[in-house]
Ligand binder design. Sequence first.
Ligand SMILES: [Zn+2]
Length: 511
Amino acid sequence: MTKRSYIVLTLILCSLPVLAQLNPQSKKVTERYFPDADSIEEITPALQKKRGFTNYDELINFITQLQVKHPKLISISYIGESQKGKKIPLVRLTNPDKTDKTRVWMQGGLHGNEPASTEGVLYLLYQLLSNPKYTYLLDTIDLAVVPMANIDGYEKQSRYAANGLDLNRDQTKIMAPETVALKQAFSNFNPEVGVDFHEYNAYRRDFAKMGRFGITTLYDIMFLYTGNLNVPENMRRFTNTVFVNNARKALDTNGLRYHDYMTTGDYMGDTEFNLGSIHARSSATSYALTNAVSTLIEVRGVNLGRTSFKRRIATTFIIGLSYLETAYHNQNEIKEEIAQAEKTQPKITVTSVRKEYKDTIQVIDLDTYETMALDVTIHDALQSSPKLVRSMPLAYIISADQEALIEKLHLLGITTETLSEPKELTVEVYQITAYDNKGELYEKMNRQTVETQLETKTMTFPAGTYFITTNQKNTPLLCEVLEPEAPNSFVNFGVLKTDLNNELPIYRLSK
Ligand SMILES: [Zn+2]
């Protein structure tokens, strides 16, 4: 062998594992369970080329062309910049001749390696503007769409933002510039319905150990809607029984398979399944905590390249369209449910536990290529019960020197006031009675687990102290970030550093 062919061979061999990792799916699985859709027109940028996905210039060109053709119905603004300086577009669609709208927020590409999300959202924009079957939706809907939320990640087909952060773990600590832009735009728009489009990995490492030669998932799509108990019960029910249910029917009609969101987790060495989520660090729960109807959509697609790409785009489009149709036909109900949610002032569930039970799920056996029932243990966030509960204070009070926290609260759509003169108040003080700082970084943050005891004290707060009433729309989100033991709070993420026996600069005003 010549030296040159040796080098070539070495390069090929070295890249094989990478190639295998890029698309783990056999043709048999694709042909039998996920044949591509032929209903999708090749009108979006990635579908107009043989390989690769929509890049930033193609995205801007595509939405600009839509604006040229439909100047009355569409407007484009820029909500901020990616870390590499690319302006993040927000596309607004509505019929300006009509009033009384339902505000619907949609986003794709928050994880940069989930391309059917961006492509599906672009396809939806095109159809809403160009297809006379759908334009009526814009009469009662004000639609705001961020088609490519994580531009730097998307251009590299990487899950993460340029600084390595996962933007869907950043919704309470708000450390990435993209999150700042998205949170500000979301809060300004104040949606009544929010949908975040993603794709999921059907070949998780844990799946390789199941069955004889591993398994893969059967579902085209999984719905993630929150099990967080601080989201008023009526909103959780309304989301599931109206919006998700209509989307399930639309999927049935189109022969697509679905399940509630699940993922695997390690439970003392055993692989078990988590169903749903309660975590405010991710969009589905974060948006729901603003009393919006909120769902995260996971289409089966990560690492599959362009396999079944039209099917994945069709799935995204069908869900997007279904949510808009449901918003159109339930305009009054949405407003009534949100009004009812805002009137509820429940107790605060600071921590909760998931219901645990045995169940079976349908999977594809990679030995026989048949479907099979897999026995699993489920930790069900959709059936959570409260563990640590506190009363709702009238207000939270935060020391004047905590500007960084206040800035984050504003991004989360929470209004704050300041004391104009010193004031004596009887408040509850958090004393840290147990503290654990595991010393390992999560999303570049040094997380802290604490226990606290509330002590009642009368204190004089100087002028400039922040006063945050709980009589406001985003109160559930406020409690989730301020109660120190909550799993995604400012204290938990180390945004507000503390230590054993410390007193927090956050106080509760109860009377
Ligand atoms: Zn994702």
